[in-house]
Write a new protein. Structure first.
Length: 239
């Protein structure tokens, strides 16, 4: 029996993949939730921009948690997308709606599902949302992403207080900084018409300013193992 049960959304790429590969507990049972498989994980394939997938993920969590007898349960929600970049009112409406569902709604609904699943379990439980500086800063062309990340941060503050009152699951949102993943490649490949600040991101990349996902994963796991209060919304660059 594993001592740790770890759900990671988006473990097929980037930060989620590095989180899966860098888990600090040797005998962890890792479940990836994304559209593509992740090596080294059990895989539950789901398109999280489709609300029909959410009850299926909730049922998966309930099932796995109720069968688990170890002492630590974590849900690291890393799945997210900037596609399509472009101004509200200009990009294709259905793609815009998918981005809102993925970045704003899915984290809250799946976070709720996780809390329901672990509610009566005696294990130490942590829900980690991967946040972004875009929750605070305005980036033209990223409106659904900025709005989604801001919504999730405030959800974390609110649910963190609720859990402190009665619950016991620790809720965190941690912004990683600017990380060398597929998402940053997409950013640099975007036309200035759709993302006016693109040149700054190309510059940061050219100057070697991006952090590697493995380094960030180490910092994120250290934060999960540390003593951050529930409801904390932090940026690794301020830590
Ligand atoms: N890279 C950065 O500089 C940076 C900065 C701040 C915050 N973040 C945040 O970090 C998280 C991970 O991003 P990343 O940089 O690692 O990007 P990435 O390499 O593009 O990975 C994104 C992950 O999200 C999953 N995903 C995307 N759309 C999905 C969907 N519809 N359903 C299920 N899963 C989906 C992808 O899996 P599938 O394609 O297999 O579905 C993939 O595993 C995101 O929440 C992002 O907002 C990144």
């Amino acid at each position: 029996m594993s001592s740790s049960l770890v759900f990671i959304s988006g473990a097929s790429s980037g930060i989620g993949l590095a989180l899966a590969q860098g888990i600090p507990w040797t005998d962890a049972r890792i479940l990836n939730i994304s559209r593509r498989k992740a090596q080294g994980c059990e895989n539950f394939l789901a398109d999280l921009a489709d609300p029909d997938s959410w009850p299926e993920v909730a049922a998966l969590m309930a099932r796995k948690v109720s069968a688990f007898e170890g002492r630590r349960i974590v849900f690291a929600h890393s799945a997210g997308s900037l596609e399509p970049m472009g101004f509200a009112g200009e990009v294709e409406a259905a793609s815009y709606a998918r981005q809102v569902l993925l970045n704003a709604a899915a984290p809250q609904v799946l976070g709720d599902a996780f809390l329901r699943a672990v509610r009566d379990h005696p294990a130490d439980c942590t829900l980690l949302m991967i946040g972004s500086g875009a929750a605070q800063s305005v980036y033209e062309g990223w409106s659904a992403y900025c709005g989604g990340k801001a919504a999730v941060d405030h959800w974390v503050r609110t649910v963190g207080i609720e859990q402190a009152r009665r619950g016991g699951c620790r809720i965190l949102s941690i912004s990683p900084g600017i990380i060398a993943t597929a998402m940053q490649e997409q950013i640099r490949a975007t036309a200035a018409h759709d993302f006016p600040e693109v040149e700054r991101f190309r510059q940061l990349h050219a100057e070697g300013e991006l952090r590697e996902p493995e380094d960030v994963a180490r910092d994120l796991w250290a934060a999960v193992e540390g003593d951050l209060a529930t409801g904390s919304v932090i940026d690794l660059r301020d830590a």
